[in-house]
Design a protein around this ligand. Structure first.
Ligand code: S3P
Length: 428
């Protein structure tokens, strides 16, 4: 594990960035391509470590997948075409891979085991193993199926009507993927709307799925057919440069082809509420997933309150929003975000502790954090703790520091944004 001296004392960030492909959509394109019939061609696929873990798991189940220069070709033989893996399915750092994959494996008549890195070993799996067990899958794992390693013997599934205990797109998607293999209608009820890429992709691959208020229903036994999937840029990656452009003096950054799915645009709402100088140019030609270009300029920001149904629409952006709040006049309160505790790290702790080291006035609460601005950040030795989004947030924080900043464990950034530093350097 290395460390990296970050660029500090920056001003005048200018330029244009083509944001890399969306992580959530890239994962799903390989998964749906693998369970569909025929060839799926994915353009602008994100070659981050997490999505490569998904490819590797499906290859171990006999799916032919070719990957070159951001184009992925998946040769699916239908869900029945998946074969029993002879090796452990290693999901690396990826929660999306393990949770969605469990939904697929629940209906497959074979045995498999899943595990990942030390972060995955701490993340709760009962939220997925419980509903899938209710549907009839035989699942076990460490601490009664709560943690990895997890083993699954799938098979015939019964449908289920299930109220999600937490607003989680990963859990919703796992149940829908199992529901596609179950007898009859499976319904998931979400407490708040979460990202709907799975629902959009089921339709894109020729399947049917219905939404009625907070209820989503899918019928088992549908045949999916391979298609072309264009992956828009990841708004969760764009968020780092949106905040950089807003808080670094004399900046103007253009972000191209950013996904603008309304279940993901909480960051844009927050930027507007805080008074950011942001322009959105919607792409009128985007079909399955809306997208557009964003132009952000240095802004004078004010504090805000982020809570309730907005939280799932920006859950991955909270680390970088916390940094932005240190540069806003007044108080910012983030609440109803206890899910942060079970991400790649406990992000309430990692955000608060690392930003404090740089001189931020920030305190942890039970379900979020409170940030007082505006603070001049100094410098110091900080760590990503192996969490990609903490690493990138600290690299943007360093730009404002008047002393040197050293980042420990910078390599975790390749989980979702392998060319992050190339893009950042191009703006300097
Ligand atoms: C994801 C859903 C979110 C998000 C994660 C990706 C997905 O997790 O934090 O980075 O692709 O479905 P939860 O749905 O568990 O909140």
């Amino acid at each position: 594990m290395g460390s990296l001296k970050l660029k500090s004392n920056a001003s005048n960030l200018t330029g244009e960035i083509k944001i890399p492909g969306d992580k959530s959509i890239s994962h799903r394109s390989v998964m749906f391509g693998s369970i569909a019939h025929g060839e799926t061609v994915v353009t602008n696929f994100l070659p981050g470590d997490d999505c490569l873990s998904t490819i590797s798991c499906f290859r171990k189940m006999g799916v032919r997948i070719e990957e070159e220069d951001g184009i992925v070709r998946v040769f699916g033989n239908g869900i029945e075409g998946l074969s029993e893996p002879t090796e452990l399915l290693d999901v690396g750092n990826s929660g999306t891979t393990i949770r969605l994959l469990m939904g697929i494996l629940a209906g497959r008549p074979f045995f498999s085991t899943l595990a990942g890195d030390e972060s995955i070993a701490k993340r709760p799996m009962t939220r997925v193993t419980e509903p899938l067990s209710k549907m009839g899958a035989k699942i076990d794992g460490r601490k009664n199926g709560a943690f990895t390693p997890i083993s699954i013997r799938g098979g015939k599934l019964n449908s289920i009507r299930y109220q999600l205990p937490v607003a989680s797109a990963q859990v919703k998607s796992a149940i829908l993927l199992a529901g596609l293999q179950a007898e009859g209608e499976t319904t998931v009820i979400e407490p708040a709307s979460t990202r709907d890429h799975t629902e959009r992709m089921i339709r894109q691959f020729g399947g049917e799925i219905h939404r009625n208020g907070q209820e989503i229903t899918v019928v088992g036994g549908q045949k999916l057919t391979g298609v072309h999937v264009h992956v828009p840029g990841d708004i969760s990656s764009a968020a780092f440069f949106l905040v950089a452009g807003a808080i670094v003096p004399e900046s103007e950054i253009v972000l191209k082809d950013v996904g603008l799915n309304p279940t993901r645009t909480g960051i844009i709402e927050v930027l507007k509420n805080m008074g950011a100088n942001l322009e959105i140019i919607q792409n009128e030609n985007s079909s399955v997933e809306p997208s557009g270009d964003l132009i952000i300029k240095t802004s004078s920001l004010k504090g805000t309150v982020i809570e309730g149904d907005l939280i799932p629409k920006l859950i991955d952006e909270i680390p970088i929003i916390a940094l932005m709040a240190t540069q806003a006049e007044g108080v910012t309160i983030i609440k109803d975000a206890e899910e942060l505790k079970v991400k790649e790290t406990n992000r309430i702790d990692t955000v608060v502790n690392e930003l404090k080291k740089l001189g931020a006035v920030i305190e942890a609460t039970e379900d979020g954090m409170i940030i007082h601005g505006k603070t001049r950040l100094k410098g110091g030795i900080v760590s990503s703790h192996g969490d990609h989004r903490i690493g990138m947030m600290l690299a943007i924080a360093a730009l404002l520091c008047y002393e040197d900043v050293i980042l420990e464990k910078p390599e975790s950034i390749s989980v979702s944004y392998p060319n992050f530093f190339t893009h950042l350097n191009s703006l300097l």
